[in-house]
Design a protein around this ligand. Structure first.
Ligand SMILES: [Zn+2]
Length: 381
């Protein structure tokens, strides 16, 4: 006979092994302490510090921006790589050795142990506080919001290049996933158990969404949503309820991105065509960028049609690499972009190396690799 002190989903796990335990304590802003434990197989100590650090950083972020954590403890338990997943139960996360404990993480790698830990802890809010109805779009509330939460925790710790590497990987997986869809692709708000949408597209969309309307605005909507619907049973929440909260924090000029990102399948074909520059004085460079832009809508069977484009899209210029930064942006600004070919001129304080449209792949672009091109110096003859 087992009784919890707080209501939980009828969803639990039983795990048994000869474990070592790493223990720590996380203290909330209100001064409540939560026992943190990682149960691991002796010898698998490699990434425990990363996971423990991620637990603390995740709780800091989620309890500040969403709502207080609801239990007195949080436990991660290792299991063998018969399967490669982790899953979030109330205050308990079974976690495969293959995606955390035994993973070799090099300096240039995305820290999977850190990311998976943050994602699973986010489910303590997105599933265990706000519980979604079992209808189309349910995984946008649980999985996409956990992806967003993990991304925001990672963003505080890792360089923009590392975030870009992660998001590029997510974009590639979404594009691959939709190519091999055998039934029907759904917009994010009507996703039906399609991981390439609720995880992969979800990451790209939510990262872009907070870039457009600000992280604070997204979090303000999420905080209100949790305050209004945590532990609500009848009716359970649906994705369109959350989309309405997003609409409330989005300015009129950007309401179109909600149609594009959440309610439709929107694709771009943006491309840098020519990038030329000339030195106009000792410390001024004039850059001429010609780009091509196209916006498309896809139906559930993948048929696309071009739609009007009046969109705010990043134009970016990279400078010479310095020690720490390989891809160093010296200019990044949103321009109002229309479809077709356009040439723009940008005056820079230093020599450009490459430039393009949507240079760090915030949008769902069917060919993300042609967005940036090397810059040629034009010499007057
Ligand atoms: Zn998940």
């Amino acid at each position: 006979h087992y009784k919890m002190d707080k209501p939980i989903l009828p969803f639990f796990s039983m795990i048994s092994a000869r474990y070592e335990v790493m223990r720590d304590i996380w203290v909330s802003a209100e001064g409540d302490s939560v026992d943190l434990e990682i149960y691991y197989h002796k010898g698998h100590e490699y990434n425990l510090d990363r996971m423990m650090r991620s637990m603390k950083k995740s709780f800091d972020y989620f309890s500040t921006h969403y709502s207080p954590y609801q239990y007195d403890q949080m436990r991660i338990m290792e299991f063998p790589r018969y399967s490669s997943f982790a899953q979030s139960f109330a205050n308990t996360v079974p976690f495969s050795e293959g995606i955390g404990f035994n993973l070799k993480i090099e300096e240039d790698d995305v820290d999977m142990a850190y990311y998976v830990t943050a994602h699973e802890l986010a489910h303590q809010w997105w599933a265990h506080q706000v519980t979604e109805a079992r209808v189309q779009g349910n995984a946008m509330l649980s999985e996409t919001m956990s992806q967003y939460s993990a991304l925001m925790v990672m963003k505080q710790e890792y360089s923009p290049e590392m975030m870009q590497k992660f998001l590029k990987h997510e974009l590639d997986r979404y594009l691959r996933g939709r190519r091999s869809e055998t039934l029907q692709e759904r917009p994010l708000d009507l996703v039906e158990g399609q991981g390439y949408i609720h995880y992969r597209k979800g990451s790209v969309i939510m990262y872009a969404f907070q870039d457009y309307i600000s992280e604070d605005s997204v979090n303000a909507a999420l905080k209100r949503f949790i305050a209004d619907y945590a532990y609500q049973e009848n009716p359970y929440v649906t994705s369109n309820m959350l989309v309405n909260y997003f609409r409330e924090v989005t300015p009129d000029s950007l309401q179109y991105i909600i149609d594009d990102m959440f309610e439709n399948i929107t694709l771009f074909e943006n491309k840098a065509k020519t990038v030329n520059f000339k030195k106009v004085s000792d410390d001024k460079f004039e850059l001429n960028l010609t780009y091509e832009a196209k916006k498309l809508r896809a139906d559930s069977l993948g048929n696309t049609s071009e739609i009007e484009m009046q969109d705010w899209v990043d134009i970016g210029v990279f400078g010479k690499p310095t020690d720490g930064e390989k891809d160093r942006l010296i200019y990044l600004q949103k321009h109002k972009i229309t479809a077709g070919e356009t040439t723009i001129q940008i005056l820079l304080d230093e020599e450009p190396v490459k430039a393009g449209i949507d240079p760090i792949n915030k949008l769902i672009d069917r060919n993300p690799d042609d967005n940036v091109k090397s810059a040629n110096e034009m010499v007057d003859s």
